[in-house]
Design a protein around this ligand. Structure first.
Ligand SMILES: Cc1cc2nc3c(=O)[nH]c(=O)nc-3n(C[C@H](O)[C@H](O)[C@H](O)COP(=O)(O)OP(=O)(O)OC[C@H]3O[C@@H](n4cnc5c(N)ncnc54)[C@H](O)[C@@H]3O)c2cc1C
Ligand code: FES
Length: 346
């Protein structure tokens, strides 16, 4: 099928094949269409159908609440049933040089490991390598469950063939409940589409780093820390990581975070924020990792007081943690909006 996108600045044409959504087809052809979640919740990818027919894979998608005008649809959920012409009320450019262009690739689940009572680590072995930037995510679709789930990569490497993810169990959630159900998942074939996401880190940014993660939002921060530590970034810049969980039993990756700190030295600080309990004495056993009591955005605000200059902030996790963090960074810390990068796990 042929897709014509009329954007505010110019028109773009590309082919969509094999049930690709309009968004996936455009991005893989290096047309930088607007999106955030890639999975039907945020509404950022809305467009208007001018001619042709679409197949809507998820008519109940929550992101539809952002559609107001007749003919509007979500590009991440709709695939062309005929040749289509659509209108996007944004400027749309070709994907910039050096940006990783996403594509579809087959993968196999492997190495499932439970990290806490409700968080697990799972790897996907890809049929071919996927280059991605630190901080990006991929869409993963498992057999028998409709739709893709966005998961942020934990690892970082040059053209890796294995992607590592952490997945938090969501009560009643299709894929996460399946992963935790005890059904053997080793070797299960999955569809992967990626890399996606704009909250990327590259050593060339040349700014102090502030990372605020709620729960499984620490995933992308691990990738960013890997990249930064590999580069010796914290010899030149400060890094402050805040990892919010409810209680000590919800913490994971402590050893890995402590190892980053050992390798990076004193300019990297790691703080775990416990929202639902005072810091228990046994928390002190983890050298190099500080513990504090409070919601992660409050702990970050307290600890960073007066250190917001020349800063790039990364935020990830559940929408409330992300929204509170963005609000204090913009309104109180006066961090410029273009230096706040985030992923809402909605
Ligand atoms: C950018 C981004 C990065 C994320 N990174 C992580 C991460 O690293 N770790 C983590 O645990 N979670 C992450 N999430 C959240 C994750 O994508 C899932 O929402 C979460 O794992 C719950 O999935 P579930 O299948 O258990 O729950 P469900 O409630 O079954 O599904 C949750 C999401 O899946 C999609 N979905 C559900 N049903 C359909 C359908 N019929 N058709 C199409 N799509 C459907 C929707 O996006 C929905 O919000 C991320 C989300 C985003 C947007
Ligand atoms: S990108 Fe389509 S709804 Fe978020």
């Amino acid at each position: 099928m042929k897709v014509q996108v009329n954007a505010r600045n110019k028109g773009h044409q590309f082919d969509a094949a094999g049930g690709d959504s309009v968004l996936q087809a455009g991005l893989r052809c290096a047309v930088d269409l607007p999106y955030e979640c890639g999975s039907g919740t945020c509404g950022t990818c809305k467009a208007r159908l001018l001619s042709g027919d679409l197949h809507d894979a998820w008519p109940e998608a929550p992101g539809k609440k952002y559609l107001k005008q007749p003919g509007e649809f979500l590009m991440c959920q709709c695939s062309p049933a005929t040749d289509v012409v659509v209108e996007v009320n944004n400027f749309v450019h070709a994907t910039g040089a050096g940006v990783c262009v996403p594509d579809a690739v087959k993968g196999r689940l492997t190495g499932f490991k439970q990290l806490t009572h409700d968080v697990a680590q799972v790897d996907v072995e890809l049929a071919r390598p996927m280059a991605f930037d630190a901080g990006q995510y991929a869409l993963v679709r498992v057999p028998g469950i409709s739709g893709y789930r966005g998961w942020s990569m934990v690892n970082f490497g040059v053209q890796p063939k294995r992607l590592r993810f952490v997945v938090k169990k969501k009560p009643g959630g299709g894929v996460s409940e399946w992963l935790f159900s005890g059904t053997p998942v080793e070797g299960v074939e999955v569809d992967v589409y990626g890399p996606l996401g704009h909250a990327t880190f590259h050593p060339g940014i040349g700014k102090n780093l502030l990372c605020i993660a709620g729960g499984s939002g620490i995933a992308g921060m691990m990738s960013i820390l890997s990249r930064a530590v590999q580069d010796g970034y914290f010899n030149r810049f400060d890094g402050d990581v805040f990892f919010g969980v409810r209680t000590l039993r919800d913490v994971f990756f402590l050893e890995e975070l402590a190892a980053f700190r050992r390798e990076a030295g004193e300019r990297l600080t790691i703080t775990v924020a416990l929202s639902d309990e005072d810091v228990p004495p046994e928390a002190q056993a983890h050298a190099g990792v500080r513990f504090d009591r409070g919601f992660v955005h409050e702990v970050a605000k307290r600890s960073m007081d007066g250190r917001f200059a020349n800063l790039r902030a990364y935020i990830a996790g559940p929408p409330p943690a992300v929204d509170h963090s963005i609000r204090f960074l913009l309104l109180e810390a006066r961090v410029p909006a273009d230096q706040i990068k985030y992923d809402k796990f909605s």
